[in-house]
Design a protein around this ligand. Structure first.
Ligand SMILES: C[S@@+](CC[C@H](N)C(=O)[O-])C[C@H]1O[C@@H](n2cnc3c(N)ncnc32)[C@H](O)[C@@H]1O
Length: 251
């Protein structure tokens, strides 16, 4: 599968779930609020310019608008349905723009802050995406984002492994192997969040309702009988790790 097909599938998956997203995105909401606290500590000047990548339905956007009311904020997402939902939740004050954040073409000017919550794990090439975004940073500007780390969903991967099945969850980076580029300065913190589900089925259903179901490129989907075996092995409470990387990049 090529990159453009993968993007189309991501857009379709999130667009079809824009109405359900808020009711199931518990971890995303928690992480958005923690990221917002970090961003608030930055000493942003009055009238600064802020760009958000992958705003979704507006969990982080709501904080940004409240905390930086004198800033010029542009909210972007690759899915127009997510943007529409965001506008309903957040209102008409910020600017909205349909944008693939990995290829931020056609954006004018530079930004004092580029922020993003739990979106960069959908990039096809994380390092190149970060490099392109950094070109839009104003002097002293920061790119601040959260993304998923290596231990994310380790219980789900293990359950596949035990049954000899191949898991479609992407390999996320750790702090140690985080894609790094000379000339960019990174600060990364990490956190493990343990989220409780009623069962493996409940976990898989939640990912589907979030729109977060696109597997790694060329993953062969499990057969119905393999899915049945997997979910049978995960009956009862299922606790799943979300490994969150909080990253700040400066030029
Ligand atoms: C897991 S949701 C997170 C949404 C929001 N930031 C939040 O915290 O709830 C991922 C969002 O990223 C968007 N997305 C995925 N790939 C993207 C890309 N390349 N550029 C911009 N947005 C993207 C999806 O449409 C979706 O709205």
């Amino acid at each position: 599968m090529n990159e453009s097909l993968k993007k189309q599938r991501i857009i379709k998956a999130f667009s079809s779930r824009a109405d359900n997203y808020d009711s199931v995105a518990t971890v995303q909401r928690i992480v958005a609020s923690k990221l917002a606290k970090r961003i608030k500590k930055l000493s942003l000047q009055m009238n600064s310019r802020i760009l958000e990548i992958g705003c979704g339905t507006g969990f982080l956007s709501t904080h940004l608008i409240k905390d930086f009311s004198d800033s010029k904020i542009m909210l972007t997402d690759i899915s127009s349905s997510m943007l529409d939902k965001c506008r309903i939740n957040v209102g008409d004050v910020p600017q909205y723009r349909l944008l693939d954040g990995e290829y931020p073409e056609g954006i004018n000017g530079s930004f004092d802050l580029i922020a993003s919550n739990l979106t960069f794990q959908w990039f096809c090439d994380l390092q190149k995406g970060i490099e392109r975004l950094c070109k839009f940073l104003a002097p002293n500007g920061s790119l601040i984002f959260t993304t998923l780390g290596q231990k994310t969903f380790k219980e789900w991967r293990l359950a596949h492994h035990v049954l000899g099945l191949i898991c479609g969850t992407p390999q996320y980076p750790s702090i140690d192997n985080f894609p790094n580029k000379e000339g960019l300065f990174y600060h990364i913190d990490e956190e493990l969040i343990y989220q409780r589900y009623n069962s493996g089925y409940d976990f898989a259903r939640t990912l589907k309702l979030l729109g977060a179901k696109e597997p790694v490129i060329n993953h062969k989907l499990l057969s119905p009988s393999s899915i049945r075996r997997l979910l049978n092995s995960l009956q009862g409470e299922f606790i799943v790790t979300y490994h969150i990387l909080y990253c700040e990049v400066k030029i």
